[in-house]
Design a protein. Structure first.
Length: 135
């Protein structure tokens, strides 16, 4: 496992245990988070404090659940993570979730960009990764 994939394993583990301090461990001070239109907390967030607040807000809507990495794909400084989320929101009895992808850019061992993609194929295209099975 590479340094980058290990950092991302730890990042998602911290989200799942609701440890919002630990999620920032591998953030570059100038990190940019982009959540696309149509996602619950869409927008662009800049810097550790804004990105931490954004993730805290999203995770804070969960009563219980997980967002687990299924596969890591690396192309240079970009890492695509195929994810499976299964979440019950606060005040809800139904479970929801699905499969999607996040993309990360690393520089000097730190996450400089963090993007989400509703379609895994979009993440692969963004990262310049071809001929991969999209689960």
């Amino acid at each position: 496992m590479s340094i980058e994939t290990e950092a991302l394993e730890q990042f998602f583990a911290a989200i799942n245990r609701n440890d919002m301090q630990a999620i920032t461990k591998d953030f570059d001070p100038q990190i940019v988070r982009i959540e696309p239109e149509g996602f619950p907390t869409d927008g662009t967030y800049r810097g550790i404090a804004e990105v931490q607040e954004h993730v805290t807000k999203g995770r804070g809507s969960w009563a219980e659940g997980t967002c687990n990495p299924e596969k890591f794909l690396v192309n240079g400084d970009k890492v695509v993570v195929f994810l499976h989320a299964r979440v019950r929101k606060k005040g809800a009895t139904e479970w929801g979730g699905g499969r999607f992808a996040d993309g990360f850019v690393f520089r000097n061992g730190k996450i400089t960009q963090y993007l989400s993609f509703a379609e895994r194929a979009g993440a692969l295209k963004w990262a310049g990764i071809e001929d991969q099975e999209v689960l």
